[in-house]
Design a protein around this ligand. Structure first.
Ligand code: BGC
Length: 414
């Protein structure tokens, strides 16, 4: 007994001292890849510095489908986290249910409306109230290329799909996988968005994917977009089904694959691997996508609470909106800050291009919400589009039938 007691005493006095935090902040999110984890760690450090504890609830799965299922289960069980990562339409869906806290007084006190682009402010607002805090702006219609591979085979970044096929043929001949794709519906939907923009520009995207106009959904241009997908798939390796997006990025970083069509969270992986975006890994808008910009942003929705917990939530929101946090977080995440007053100086050339392109696209009415990123359609319609695209990829359906299936699925989901 004496022995046991002294062992206990030793354990107690030698175990590391844990600081006592005023309150824990519990954050649910799907940021689990190398770059994503580095980005969320910035927030965790900030919150801890303010004297709050950090309870991390990461739910793996690119695009966030698994995280949203986990969130629903927590909320249904009456045990919501302090905050959760949400897409733009996610914010709207949770706000419609009356489940998000009101951040308006804080937003007004901190002047959020003066520093956010219109679509961001609209996306975090519901019924005249601010109900979420934005971290960033992501662009989905990027293409990433291994610079050494391109230099070795004397290739130029393709600006059109025809140039893409020509580059792809040369890479194939050299034994390199042309396109690193993960066969998951959300990743395939990014390609679909690219194909729609290249087939009919922002005009087709607006009519078909934002307004859901049946004539645009079954138009010749939409058929052309599916034709593009049918051809692009020939440049993917047989192991693509189910591949996680960050494994696809890793293939490009290692030079096993030449290109990836992916949002700029891929840049988080480039930075985490200590490579230089724009130098080691080149960036260019997806073929035929120059001048357009598919955007979405990540936000934290906060679940209503009171007392010390509400104070902790406020501190979390203030941290996220802090200009220096937005700089550090987005340098790691690959996105650009949601705040428009963060200087571009520390950002790489791809991010600087994004900052310019987004302004131009907004002026040209070519800034469009990404379906994949949950910035275009409510979950039911988004799911219907993703299902049709995924079915097209995994079958030999004709482009015309796919366009018809798209219009039908959307009509059912609306
Ligand atoms: C999110 C990003 C995330 C990516 C991959 C996107 O929907 O907006 O923050 O990095 O999915 O998981």
């Amino acid at each position: 007994m004496k022995k046991l007691l002294s062992a206990l005493v030793v354990t107690v006095f030698t175990s590391p001292v844990h600081p006592v935090f005023a309150e824990d902040v519990e954050a649910l999110h799907w940021w689990t890849s190398g770059g994503e984890a580095a980005a969320i760690a910035v927030l965790k450090d900030d919150v801890k510095k303010k004297g709050y504890g950090w309870k991390d609830v990461p739910v793996a799965g690119g695009g966030g489908d698994a995280a949203l299922t986990a969130l629903k289960a927590r909320v249904t069980a009456g045990n919501p986290p302090t905050a959760s990562q949400l897409s733009v339409m996610g914010v709207r869906a949770w706000a419609e249910e009356g489940l998000l806290g009101d951040l308006t007084p804080l937003a007004e006190a901190e002047g959020w409306s003066k520093v956010l682009l219109k679509p961001v402010l609209a996306g975090i607002s519901y019924d005249g109230k601010v109900v979420a805090v934005p971290f960033n702006l992501h662009r989905s219609n990027w293409m990433w290329m291994n610079a050494a591979v391109f230099a070795k085979y004397d290739l130029a970044p393709p600006k059109t799909w025809d140039e893409f096929y020509a580059v792809g043929d040369k890479l194939k001949a050299a034994g390199i996988i042309p396109l690193a794709l993960g066969g998951e519906p959300w990743q395939e939907t990014i390609l679909f968005e690219d194909a729609v923009l290249s087939a009919g520009g922002a005009d087709l995207y607006h009519k078909a994917l934002l307004d859901l106009d049946p004539a645009a959904l079954t138009s010749d241009e939409m058929v052309k977009a599916f034709d593009t997908l049918r051809k692009v798939i020939q440049y993917v390796d047989p192991n693509y089904p189910g591949r996680a997006w960050n494994l696809g990025t890793a293939m490009v970083l290692k030079g096993e694959a030449g290109m990836q069509l992916m949002g700029d969270w891929a840049k988080g992986e480039i930075v985490a691997a200590k490579l230089v975006p724009g130098k080691d890994i080149l960036c260019t808008p997806a073929p035929g996508n120059a001048g357009t910009y598919t955007f979405h942003f990540d936000a934290f929705g906060m679940f209503p609470t009171s007392g010390a917990k509400a104070e902790a939530q406020k501190a979390l929101a203030t941290s996220i909106m802090d200009p220096s946090f937005q700089e550090t977080f987005n340098l790691a995440k690959g996105s650009i800050p949601a705040r428009t007053d963060v200087k571009p100086d520390k950002f790489d050339v791809c991010a600087q291009q994004a900052m310019k392109d987004i302004k131009q696209a907004e002026a040209d009415d070519a800034l469009v919400g990404s379906v994949q990123g949950g910035a275009a359609q409510p979950p039911a319609v988004q799911g219907a589009i993703q299902d049709v695209v995924a079915r097209f990829f995994s079958s030999d359906q004709s482009s015309k039938d796919a366009a018809k299936a798209l219009a039908d699925a959307i009509a059912d989901a609306k």
